[in-house]
Ligand binder design. Sequence first.
Ligand SMILES: Nc1ncnc2c1ncn2[C@@H]1O[C@H](COP(=O)(O)OP(=O)(O)OP(=O)(O)O)[C@@H](O)[C@H]1O
Ligand SMILES: [Mg+2]
Length: 257
Amino acid sequence: MALLELARISKTFGRLVVLSDLSIDIEEGSIAGVIGPNGAGKSTLFNVVTGVYAPDSGAVRFDGRRIDGRRTYAIARRGIARTFQNLRLFGFLDAVDNVLIGEHARLRSPMIASLLHLPGERHEERAARARAHELLDFVGLGERRQFVRNLSYGDQRRLEIARALASSPRLLLLDEPAAGMNPTEKERLSELVRAIRDRGITVMLIEHDMGLVMRLCERITVLDYGEKIAEGAPAAVRADPRVIEAYLGPNDEAVAG
Ligand SMILES: Nc1ncnc2c1ncn2[C@@H]1O[C@H](COP(=O)(O)OP(=O)(O)OP(=O)(O)O)[C@@H](O)[C@H]1O
Ligand SMILES: [Mg+2]
């Protein structure tokens, strides 16, 4: 049984069909890629999986149970975490507190007490703080605990991953994690994604850098105008004529360009 199963999902915004009869299975323990031209529906797919949108039709199953139509926090609690294409970090907080916000999904005590370091911090909060430090070390930000607005873009992207990991997910969705990174940062990101998978977390990622996707993902799904046009191992997807056409346009255009 797949860890995540999308079965014939459709989603429209008004008259715009953004996801069309889309079925995808993600195996537990895998690194899966989602690619496709701008506007293909990739981020919308993540929004449907995480409960930002309910699909118009079709089913989303996580670990065998229906999650479509559930609230975002309920889905997060079941074990799905994500990062956003446009970073959503709190620039006025430091890295540790940003991770704590992710962890708070699991904590019972009020977030504000933790952020203000109020006296009588409970055992639970001390444990959360220790775990936040551990996660920052894990993503390679152990030495960079200052205010987020002073971090480089690449570091902020890794901090977002640490925050997502703080809720102890089984499935991590990364929306363009390498955007804005230089080649060295991209290489470190690939190593991090593999290390995350080695912790037993399944990873699904959207990425425009084809080289990175091909090296990192075991299986790739290609979307175009909300439809799945190809799926499979990197080499097969790269050679698929429909994929080439989606990226380059019809043959004559590609030659002309
Ligand atoms: N809330 C919304 N309301 C109306 N249209 C939307 C909404 N969200 C997305 N869309 C439209 O749906 C289409 C798919 O958007 P989506 O963000 O999923 O694409 P994407 O594949 O992630 O693209 P990119 O690679 O540029 O990030 C686009 O045409 C977009 O304008
Ligand atoms: Mg997107």
